[in-house]
Design a protein around this ligand. Sequence first.
Ligand SMILES: Nc1ncnc2c1ncn2[C@@H]1O[C@H](COP(=O)(O)OP(=O)(O)OP(=O)(O)O)[C@@H](O)[C@H]1O
Ligand SMILES: [Mg+2]
Length: 209
Amino acid sequence: VRGLFVTGTDTGVGKTVVSAVLLAKFPRARYWKPIQTGIESDDDTAEVLRLSGRGPSGARAEGIRLRHPVSPHLAARRAGVRIDLDQLTEWTAAEDGAWIVEGAGGVLAPVNESQTVADLMKRLKLPVAVVARTTLGTLNHTLLTLEALRARSLAVAGVLMCGDPNPDNRATIECQGRVRVAEVPRFDPLTQASFATWTAPAWLEEYLA
Ligand SMILES: Nc1ncnc2c1ncn2[C@@H]1O[C@H](COP(=O)(O)OP(=O)(O)OP(=O)(O)O)[C@@H](O)[C@H]1O
Ligand SMILES: [Mg+2]
């Protein structure tokens, strides 16, 4: 596969919103959520299609759907199953489309007793985009995330800072994280029409066009 693995510094930082805006801007890209937890309240695939205005062909069905809104390893254990990354990613071997793959939680969220989301990234061999908050606390979380990715030889495509702009935090992440940063504003309202105000940085074309 080609494309981007969209991870975050935390849960709830804007991975799904960023995936939706990317899906709206790059009509040839498609979306996949390998592990969806908390399915009684959360459906990132439906949310991404709704926000981006793309039809059902804009996404592939989730790899695994789990009821409990907890870490993947725990949600799987409670469901009496084990997440097998080889099995989950089998279909990608013969696939050459551009995919936006949204992880669960952050880089080191456990997926079973011994593996984490980083192992899923490794199998997919996709460059990683890190979605980060713009507010206080983001420097530590973002620099830790970049260090964890690089320690595993995972390619970092860039950081997408999601929310009200904070130029000091952006500059610090670019400089101390040695990384490209793009800003995604807080969309108000959070609708497809608001996405028109955002222009994707040119470097994303390399992965998603
Ligand atoms: N750029 C944005 N503009 C407006 N609202 C946003 C933006 N980013 C995030 N939000 C708000 O924050 C909520 C959480 O964001 P989102 O669902 O994208 O997080 P996530 O990282 O995908 O979480 P999860 O780990 O559950 O997948 C959204 O439902 C939305 O209400
Ligand atoms: Mg999400």
